[in-house]
Design a protein around this ligand. Structure first.
Ligand code: ACM
Length: 261
């Protein structure tokens, strides 16, 4: 199986332009699964909830049509972050589009900093979806600092963590190596690049999108400042072997009688 991380530089507010540019980047590399950044269509640094509502979509919105037809014609799955409008609620979500036209949504559980003024925290447990030869779990950006999210997905059978991000703190890429080792899973962290300066705030996104193996090897890692599409060939079944030594099986050795999760 080939998985790709797509490192983009969205223009704040240009939803159709960002969608078209991202779809054109997908076509530059062949893969079975493409993972794009968090809020890949709108950009990140909203001035207000009203502004975010104006750039939000429902998962069946026409703006996803280019991604859907790419997924169907390439026989690939696509994961991308978007601001999700659901009735009166707004979530920081990821959409998984499968080549057969099915889709699933993950709503970010752990909101970062000013996101708490804009979005509601996810209202469902992280779930695993079958597709393109692997069991996929979605998580979004700051979820990385809560090991419970990756653990919940791994315990539910996820082989590949599809991690869409807009990272600004310097720790995540290295920390995801630990998330992979402690769960024996693959992780595709897709981060954006560029700087946004809005409403007196400035954020620079750290790029360095990466794909990490269950033994912690960094298979590919992008630069910190330019758009890129990087691919790694993986065997998702390697994530089903949870043995660390002949006498240590990661999940069998857990002691939930002494701790929760
Ligand atoms: C983040 O969760 N976007 C840092």
């Amino acid at each position: 199986m080939r998985i790709a991380v797509v490192q983009t530089r969205p223009e704040f507010g240009d939803v159709p332009g960002n969608a078209a540019r991202a779809v054109s980047m997908l076509g530059t590399e062949q893969a079975d699964l493409y993972v794009l950044p968090e809020l890949a269509l709108s950009g990140y640094l909203f001035e207000s909830k009203d502004e975010a509502v104006g750039m939000a979509q429902a998962p069946d919105d026409d703006v996803f049509e280019g991604f859907r037809s790419f997924a169907s014609s390439a026989g690939a799955a696509v994961v991308l972050g978007f601001a999700e409008r659901a009735g009166e609620s707004l979530y920081n979500s990821s959409l998984l589009l499968s080549p057969d036209g099915t889709q699933s949504v993950y709503r970010k559980v752990q909101l970062f900093w000013g996101e708490k003024d804009i979005f509601e925290p996810g209202d469902r447990p992280p779930a695993v979806a079958e597709g393109v030869g692997a069991r996929l779990g979605m998580m979004i950006c700051f979820d990385w600092i809560f090991p419970e999210i990756a653990r919940t997905l791994a315990l539910a059978g996820a082989q590949v963590l599809c991690h869409s991000a807009n990272l600004v703190l310097p720790y995540c890429q290295d920390a995801m190596v630990t998330r992979c080792i402690e769960n024996r899973v693959f992780a595709a962290t897709s981060n954006r690049v560029g700087t946004e300066k809005r409403a007196g705030r400035e954020l620079t996104y750290t790029g360095m999108s990466q794909i990490v193996a269950p033994d912690g090897r960094v298979l590919v890692r992008a630069s910190g400042d330019s758009e890129d599409v990087l691919v790694a060939e993986i065997d998702p079944g390697a994530a089903d072997d949870k043995s660390v030594t002949p006498r240590n099986e990661l999940f069998g050795d857990r002691r939930p009688d002494l701790y929760r999760l």
